[in-house]
Design a protein around this ligand. Structure first.
Ligand code: XMP
Length: 518
C-alpha cells in the first residue's frame, strides 16, 4: 500500500481517498508508527499528512527518523512537509506570517522534476499554516513559492522525496489531484491499477477462511453498507448466511419491498423479516421527546433482532452447524476514527444497524473495513445490487420516527411517507440525486397552520424540506435547489397529501443546525 501517516488533523482520510482515486491502494497509519512497523507493511510510497501543530510546540507530533531512511518514495504535505524539512537538515521558521485559504503559488520550472510537471506556472493553492520552511534541505530543489512562503514545494529526485506546503487533497487547490498523481505515478513509479472491484475476490477468500463451515447472521437496514456487506458474505459462503430485516414501521415508502423483493432477487440471500411495527408504535405512543424516542427505538430494535436471532440460533443448532459470526458493515472511516488504523487492536464495532447489543456472542465479519463509502457503492454495483439500494442516500436508523416533530402515530407516518416519496421522486426526476447528500422531509406534527384549499379554510401541518450538501455529514450546507423543482414538490405535496397545507424550506447550514430535526 501507500501509507498515509496521520499527524492528527482531519486531512489524512481525505488524502487516503484521493490516493485511491488515483487508482492506488492506501491505508492510514498513526504518526507514532515505528520504522520497523513501516518496513513490515512494505509500502510502495508514503504520504505525510498535514496536522494542527507547529513543529516547535512541545509534544508536537513527530516521526520516527528511521522512516525516512527506508528508501521509500515520500511526499510531505503541510505539517508533513515541515517535518520532512526539519528531519532532513532544512530549516523551519516561525515567520509569524500566516497563510490561510486560497493563495497564489508560483511554480518554479525546474526542468525534469516530476512533482509539478505539466502544471501552469501560476496557480491557486489552498494553504493553512503558521510556520514555513525557510531553507530546503541539501540536495533539494525549490519547486514553488508564494508571496509569504519562498519554499512552498521542494523535491529531491534521487531520493524520491517531495513536499508541498499547500493541501493538494482539497478541491480548492486547482491542480491538487495532479500533484498527488505526479508523485504516485511519475515520481514514485506506482502503477494506477487498483480499483474497489479488486476487493471482491480478495474479501471472498478472506471471508471463507474466517468462517469455514459455520453459520453467519447479518442485519439489514435497507442502507447501502449492510446490503453490500451481506452480499459479499453471501458470495463467499452462500446459504450459510441468513439476513434479518426488522421492519419497525418507521421506514420510507417502498423500502421494505426493495429489500424483500429486489435485493433478495438480485442476491438470492435468505431473508427473515421481523414485522415489528406494532410493537414499536405501541412503545412510542405518547412520546414527543427526541432523545426518548431514540432510546425506545434503539431498545425495541435490539429486542426484535435478538428474538429473531434466538429463533435462528435454535434452528441452526438443531441442524448441527451453529451460528458463530455476525456481519457488520463497518467502513474505513469508523475504523480510523476509533484508532484502529492498520492494526486490529482497539477497534469499536460501529453499530450500524441502529445499535446492536454489546454482548453478542458472535465473532464479527467486517468485509468493508478498508473501504470508503463511494467504494462500497462501486462494489455494490459490481455485485449487481439494485440501484435504489446502492445509490441510496443516508437514512437514520430511527427512521421517520425522528422526522415527525411531536408524537409518532400511524396516521402521521402515512402522511410523512407520502410527502417524502413525492420529494424523492421529484428530486430524482430532476436529476439532482448526485447534488444532494440527503434530503430529510420533516412533518411538524405539533404545529398547525391556516391555509385555504379548494373553497375552504384548512388548519393543517407544515412539511419541511431539508436538502443538504455534504462530504461526510459532519458539516453540511443547504442545497440551492432550483426554484422550479421546489415549486413542483410544494405543489404536489399540498395537493396530494391530506392535512398538509404548507411546505417550507430549511436554509440552515450545519453547524449550527444538525441535518435531522431531532
Ligand atoms: P445530524 O442530524 O446529527 O445527522 O446532523 C448526521 C447524519 O447522521 C444521520 N443520523 C443517524 N443515523 N442513526 C443513524 O444511523 C441515528 O440515530 C442518526 N441520527 C442522525 C443523519 O441522517 C445524517 O446523515
Amino acid at each position: 500500500p501507500v501509507l498515509v501517516v496521520d499527524f492528527g488533523a482531519q486531512y489524512a482520510q481525505l488524502i487516503a481517498r484521493r490516493v485511491r482515486e488515483a487508482s492506488v491502494y492506501s491505508e492510514i497509519v498513526p504518526h507514532t508508527i515505528t520504522a520497523d512497523e513501516v518496513r513490515a507493511l512494505d509500502p510502495i510510497g508514503i504520504v505525510l499528512s498535514g496536522g494542527p501543530s507547529s513543529v516547535y510546540e512541545e509534544g508536537a507530533p513527530s516521526l520516527d527518523p528511521g522512516i525516512l531512511e527506508l528508501g521509500v518514495p515520500t511526499l510531505g504535505i503541510c505539517y508533513g512537509f515541515q517535518v520532512m524539512a526539519q528531519q532532513l537538515g532544512g530549516e523551519v521558521a516561525h515567520t509569524g506570517a500566516r497563510e490561510y485559504g486560497a493563495t497564489d503559488a508560483k511554480v518554479v520550472d525546474v526542468s525534469g522534476n516530476p512533482l509539478l510537471a505539466d502544471q501552469p506556472a501560476a496557480q491557486t493553492v489552498w494553504m493553512s499554516h503558521g510556520d514555513s520552511v525557510s531553507r530546503a534541505p541539501e540536495g533539494f530543489e525549490v519547486l514553488a513559492s508564494t508571496e509569504g512562503t519562498p519554499v512552498a514545494a521542494f523535491g529531491n529526485d534521487e531520493k524520491k522525496f517531495y513536499g508541498v506546503q499547500w493541501h493538494p487533497e482539497v478541491k480548492h487547490s486547482e491542480y491538487g489531484q495532479s500533484v498527488l498523481e505526479n508523485f504516485l505515478h511519475r515520481a514514485a513509479g506506482i502503477p494506477a491499477d487498483w480499483n474497489p472491484g479488486n476487493v471482491i475476490a480478495e474479501q471472498v477468500e478472506r471471508i471463507r477462511a474466517q468462517v469455514g463451515s459455520a453459520r453467519v447472521i447479518a442485519g439489514l437496514s435497507g442502507g447501502v453498507d449492510s446490503a453490500v456487506a451481506a452480499a459479499l458474505v453471501h458470495k463467499a459462503v452462500g446459504d450459510q448466511l441468513v439476513c434479518v430485516f426488522v421492519d419497525h414501521g418507521l421506514l420510507r415508502k417502498g423500502e421494505r419491498e426493495q429489500v424483500e423483493t429486489d435485493y433478495v432477487a438480485a442476491t438470492g440471500i435468505r431473508l427473515v423479516t421481523v414485522d415489528a411495527a406494532d410493537t414499536f408504535l405501541d412503545a412510542l405512543a405518547g412520546v414527543s421527546d427526541p432523545e426518548t424516542k431514540r432510546k425506545i427505538i434503539g431498545r425495541e430494535f435490539i429486542r426484535a433482532f435478538e428474538q429473531a436471532e434466538r429463533d435462528l440460533i435454535a434452528e441452526a443448532a438443531a441442524d448441527g452447524e451453529p451460528i458463530k459470526f455476525l456481519v457488520q458493515g463497518t467502513l474505513y472511516p469508523d475504523v480510523v476514527e476509533s484508532g484502529g488504523g492498520t492494526g486490529t487492536a482497539n477497534i469499536k464495532s460501529h453499530h450500524n444497524v441502529g445499535g446492536l447489543p454489546e454482548d453478542l456472542q458472535f465473532e464479527l465479519v467486517e468485509p468493508l473495513r478498508t473501504l470508503f463509502k463511494d467504494e462500497v457503492r462501486a462494489i455494490g454495483r459490481e455485485l449487481g445490487l439494485p440501484h435504489e439500494i446502492v445509490g441510496r442516500q443516508p437514512f437514520p436508523g430511527p427512521g421517520l420516527g425522528i422526522r415527525i416533530v411531536g408524537e409518532v402515530t400511524r396516521d402521521r407516518l402515512d402522511l410523512l411517507r407520502e410527502a417524502d416519496a413525492i420529494a424523492r421522486e421529484e428530486l430524482t426526476a430532476a436529476g439532482l440525486d448526485d447534488d444532494i447528500w440527503q434530503c430529510p422531509v420533516v412533518l411538524l406534527a405539533d404545529v398547525r397552520s391556516v391555509g385555504v384549499q379548494g373553497d375552504g379554510r384548512t388548519y393543517g401541518h407544515p412539511i419541511v424540506l431539508r436538502p443538504v450538501s455534504s462530504e461526510d455529514a459532519m458539516t453540511a450546507d443547504w442545497t440551492r435547489l432550483p426554484y422550479d423543482v421546489l415549486a413542483k414538490i410544494s405543489n404536489r405535496i399540498t395537493n396530494e397529501v391530506r392535512e398538509v397545507n404548507r411546505v417550507v424550506l430549511d436554509v440552515t447550514s450545519k453547524p449550527p443546525g444538525t441535518i435531522e430535526w431531532e
